[in-house]
Design a protein around this ligand. Sequence first.
Ligand code: ZN
Length: 298
Amino acid sequence: MDLSLNSYLLFWISVIGLCFGSFYNVVILRSLSNESIVFPASKCPQCGNKLKVWHNIPVFSYLFLRGKCAFCKKRISIQYPIIELITMFLFAFSFVKFGISYKTLLSIVLSSGLLIMTMTDLKSKLVDCNIAIGLAVVGFFYNWLVMSTPLDSFLGVLLGIVIFEVLAWSGYLFTKSRAFGEADTYVAAALGACFGVKGLLWVLVYTLVSAMIVIVPMFLYSQYKKNNKLTCVLFLMFLLSVLVFKFYFENFVTLAILAILGFVLAIDVLKKLKTEPSPTYLPLVPSFMLGALYYLFF
Ligand SMILES: [Zn+2]
């Protein structure tokens, strides 16, 4: 395809992405307040005045209103332009990566659904399972009609459900509740439908990695604030021993030191987790999103 047509399409896909991002803001806001998505017209959440058309232009309105409502001058959340820009980026990157294809459509639909669920999860720990079910249906039809692998997609759904229900029920071994909510099972099933069995397993590996990147610093920070310096010191020593093993002395002694430190750290962390009053919040849906997008794009 020639370059000018490509950049022309990229421009319009970005514009469409911005508009969809604006719509997703409404979906995120209203799925948390149970309002209809289409009606009523957009209004300022603070003063209730109906917005004019030119107050509703993605990103640009935020900039030229300087982040304040035109009527009551209260601050508009930075979430609006950020969601719009992220959506634009996801649309544009899907097109750059997969060109004019069904995969681009799948990528756009999947990343949109994950973005909306991630935002409602981060804001109020609520996830609309209907979005995950919708993604599962789209993923299944994509694998059936485009890839001719309906069985793989179906098995992916089953695998996602089994893995996450087993993990969730294992929570009863330690506490008297599920380890995490039903929504995570729905999302895992949707990813299984989109990526099939092998794809799902890779996505779960990336999900675990991104969860660790988020959870470990969060946990250490909370331990630091609670004056549990020992955990932090143990963790840093463990990290150091991993680095030494990996890059300097890959031998039995360093491996033994690494294992002992890891064991002591694990016991210390488990002891601390038992005394936590409330179970630590696991940002699982955001991690799913990062894992799935990493697998999809790279
Ligand atoms: Zn207002």
